[in-house]
Design a protein around this ligand. Structure first.
Ligand code: UDP
Ligand code: MG
Length: 318
């Protein structure tokens, strides 16, 4: 019988673990799906990992790990994929905002041959005005940059073992899970779902963390910002040709004293362009620097009793 793994990254979600584990257990027992649940506590400051251990004691199909510090959701997802052994793996939030009822449908599509099943948001859950604007902007920028429509995609997906292996074999440290499955290709089906409301706790994303996420992902997934530098250079050159002609003409006509405003404007515009360009290039250098160091994506500090392997440094399966 095929095994379904569910990967659930959790950051300070002590209130959600038990409830989520129970809900999924009931669902899979009802649907007669062979399953395992993998909770990754992302360096939580509360009792999330203790809750995971408790859930693992109650149900041997629950396994989990704790990171040595907060490494971010991407790292959590990848650690979960690494620990999973299912023939298909579902990644979902552990706050149940991704409705578990959609999983059997994904599972069915997988059995019919789909290699990736994308969860597509049909309606966004209740979100604050500020969140809506920043998330909207984020998706608009991202869709542009990576040339895929990201507005309704999410991290709620089912992946075939083949796809999981492809993702785990990627050498890079900066990953963007949501877009990587598009990049990987494979036979893809979609399932629509409605984003649920969060029962306990609050969203972990602030405006600034979302913006940082956008910039990090944009620079790790696209080189378009670099081309922007070229465009800005061209604009400056265009300006300078026009002004050079004008200045020369005035000089030859003998009235070249004026032009203070032009000088100030030019200094400001060109200074701005140069600094922006340096910033963009700097971002890419930072990415390269991080990749070159080759540090692991995450460090596991603790695992539940039913997980075996080397837990010092990044995870290596025995
Ligand atoms: N999460 C994580 N590490 C982080 C931030 C979030 O593992 O640094 C997890 C979090 O526990 C949740 C999921 O990622 O399971 C989505 O986070 P959240 O619900 O805060 O985001 P939202 O649903 O508002 O997009
Ligand atoms: Mg959430």
């Amino acid at each position: 019988m095929a095994l379904l793994s569910v990967v659930l990254p959790a950051y300070n979600e002590e209130m959600n673990i038990a409830n989520t584990a129970e809900t999924l257990r009931n669902l899979f027992e009802r649907e007669e799906i062979d399953y395992e649940l993998i909770f990754i506590s992302d360096g939580s400051g509360d009792n999330t990992f203790a809750e995971i251990c408790k859930a693992a004691k109650e149900n041997p199909r629950v396994r989990g790990a704790e990171f040595s510090r907060n490494f971010g959701k991407e790292a959590g997802i990848f650690a979960g994929l690494e620990l999973s052994s299912g023939d298909a793996v579902v990644v979902m939030d552990c706050d149940l905002q991704h409705p578990p009822e959609a999983i059997p449908e994904m599972w069915k599509l997988w059995q019919e041959g789909a290699e990736i099943v994308e969860g597509i948001k049909s309606k966004r859950g209740k979100e604050s005005f500020f969140y809506k604007i920043s998330a909207g902007l984020f998706y608009r920028i991202m869709s542009r940059l990576i040339k895929m429509d990201m507005s309704s995609s999410s991290d709620f997906k089912l992946l075939d073992r083949k796809v999981v292996q492809v993702l785990l074999n990627l050498p890079e440290r900066n990953t963007f899970f949501r877009a990587l499955t598009f990049w990987a290709g494979f036979e893809t089906k979609t399932v629509e779902y409605e984003v649920q409301e969060r029962k306990y706790g609050s969203s972990r994303w602030s405006f600034f963390s979302l913006m940082k996420y956008a910039v990090d992902n944009a620079t790790s997934f696209s080189t378009l910002p670099l081309q922007l530098v070229t465009i800005m250079g061209m604009i400056s050159i265009g300006f300078s040709v026009i002004l050079a002609v004008q200045t020369l003409a005035r000089y030859l006509m003998g009235n070249a004293v004026e032009g203070f405003t032009t000088v100030i404007l030019l200094i400001l515009i060109i200074g701005g362009f140069i600094m922006l360009s340096l910033g963009i290039i700097g971002h890419y250098i930072a990415r390269i620097y991080e990749e070159v160091k080759g540090r692991p994506k995450y460090i596991i500090s603790k695992v539940t009793d039913n997980v075996r392997g080397n837990v010092t440094g990044s995870w290596k399966k025995l």
